[in-house]
Design a protein around this ligand. Structure first.
Ligand code: UGA
Length: 473
């Protein structure tokens, strides 16, 4: 099949590369000429495990092309994916300006091509080289319920007929950063939202090779497909947040959230995944999508109360380690002047350099604001962190610097805080870490584990004053 992917951000690039790997002819379009040039030259613009091999192969075998020219990508395409940004607007709702802008362009080009074709049949010239037929336009971006209808209207505004010239389909993605290639190639389900049988058939043909294991392609109406995406992310964010609140209560009653997790996760109705307590969720999706769903509910006269609670609790949870750090280190004025705090992990989760809404950044802001000197280490996310704090500078009398290794970061510090569970933090040379850190108020060096990567018993044995989330010391 011929596919156009408009927008070569994270979702667009992964989708384009993976469709090409499955044998399709893919053209990716972006307005950013530098990005397109880089991709044409064989330089990937994002880091994602496994992507490079498929990217190289697709380019080498001529199934994967990049352009800034939308018309060039549209001409041969059977299916056109819109993978455009939908940043939160000021009121928290998704900003659809890019999606609707491109829909308008697509409509204009389709209409022009059709007029050209009509002209050619009537003896006109030129258009026969672009005999565009029926196309399926797919919303791949996470968009509010009702967007498919708006995209359809934007295209119809150019005199085209839905069902005849084109159809719009909602096809949300469920990719996790760091596992996106696997998630794309072996999805647990594919959701296709459309009332058009013709579009459903085309989409099913496109996705069948990805679900050979028998996982379902679920065809439903557009609104339900759009809702499915938000409901999935909101449910996952709620699940995590619920466990974080259980952990906070465990702390107060002397229970262990890890044991509770196993205790409830074995119930198949609850399931074992996404029950890990910590210093809150971050990333570009959960916070934005929970906010957007809450907003959609409000616009439709429904107060979706649990979602506001999830957002509020998560904001507090990012700061869960601040009170224990202050208890151990603050001066009489409640400040951390002259103290050095090591932060291991800057990315919002392991295996990515993405620091959007990262809990680590919130902690760093708090510590620097209170006068501490923070020394941070992350295997991938130092550059993205630097860029973030250049854009939105830290405030306060403390400072932030970066170390080359996890051990360097800990040298001479008053406390170590684990903010992201990178695998390399799980089995460090504990004796070396202990020697690097300064002794805490009770003689043992302070270790605050925001992701519960260590076992409390082992840490006590290794000589640390250890605090984690929802587990007795
Ligand atoms: C999430 C969803 O998992 C994807 O299915 C979805 O496609 C994507 O958003 C999106 O909408 O684009 P992602 O943001 O990459 O993917 O990250 P997750 O792996 O889901 O993790 C989100 C956050 O939850 C991280 O900060 C992680 O540390 C936290 N988390 C996760 C926990 O605190 N506890 C857990 O048990 C699991």
């Amino acid at each position: 099949m011929h596919i156009a992917v408009v927008g070569t951000g994270y979702v667009g690039l992964v989708s384009g590369v993976c469709f090409a790997e499955m044998g399709n002819q893919v053209t990716c379009v972006d307005i950013d000429a530098r990005k397109v040039e880089s991709l044409r030259d064989g330089r990937l613009t994002i880091y994602e495990p496994g992507l490079e091999v498929y990217f190289d192969r697709g380019r080498r075998e001529n199934r994967l092309r990049f352009t800034t020219d939308l018309a060039e990508a549209l001409a041969p395409a059977d299916v056109v994916f819109l993978a455009l940004p939908t940043p939160p607007g000021e009121d928290g709702s998704a900003d659809l300006r890019y999606v609707l802008g491109v829909a308008d362009d697509v409509g204009r080009l389709l209409a022009e091509a059709r007029r050209g074709l009509a002209g050619a049949e009537a003896g006109g010239d030129g258009a026969a080289s672009r005999p565009w037929g029926y196309k399926v336009i797919v919303d791949k971006s996470t968009v509010p319920v009702g967007t498919s209808a708006r995209v359809t209207a934007a295209i119809e505004a150019h005199g085209l007929e839905a069902g005849e010239d084109f159809d719009v389909v909602s096809n949300p993605e469920f990719l996790r950063e760091g596992a996106a290639v696997d998630d794309f190639m072996k999805p647990e389900r594919v959701v296709v939202g459309t009332d058009s049988e013709r579009a459903a058939e085309l989409m099913t043909r496109l996705y069948e090779p990805f679900v050979r294991s028998g996982n379902p392609i679920l065809v439903m109406d557009e609104a339900s497909a759009e809702m499915t995406k938000y409901a999935a992310n909101a449910m996952l964010a709620t699940k995590i947040t619920f466990m974080n609140e259980v952990a906070n209560l465990c702390d107060r009653v002397g229970a262990d959230v890890d044991k509770v997790r196993r205790g409830i996760g074995t119930d198949s109705r609850i399931g074992p995944k996404f029950l890990y307590a910590g210093i809150g969720f971050g990333g570009s999706c959960f916070p934005k999508d929970v906010q957007a769903l809450h907003r959609t509910a409000g616009q439709n006269g429904y107060d979706f109360r649990i979602l506001q609670a999830v957002l509020d609790v998560n904001e507090d949870q990012k700061r869960a380690l601040v009170p224990p750090v202050l208890d151990a280190l603050a001066d009489d004025a409640g400040r951390l002047d002259g103290k050095t705090i090591t932060v291991w992990g800057l990315a919002f989760k392991p295996h990515t350099d993405d620091v959007r809404e990262a809990p680590a950044h919130v902690l760093i802001r708090e510590f620097v604001g209170l006068g501490a000197d923070v020394v941070a280490f992350d295997p991938e996310a130092v550059e993205t962190t630097r860029a973030t704090f250049e854009r939105e500078p830290l405030e306060g009398s403390g400072s932030l610097s970066y170390a080359e290794t996890a051990y360097d970061a800990a040298a001479g510090a008053d406390a170590l805080v684990v903010a992201t569970e990178w695998p390399e933090f799980r089995r460090p040379d504990l004796a070396r870490v202990r020697r690097s850190l300064k002794p805490g108020p009770n003689g043992a060096p302070l270790l605050f584990d925001g992701r519960n990567v260590f076992e409390p018993g082992e840490m006590a044995e290794a000589g640390f004053a250890y605090r984690s989330i929802g587990r007795p010391a």
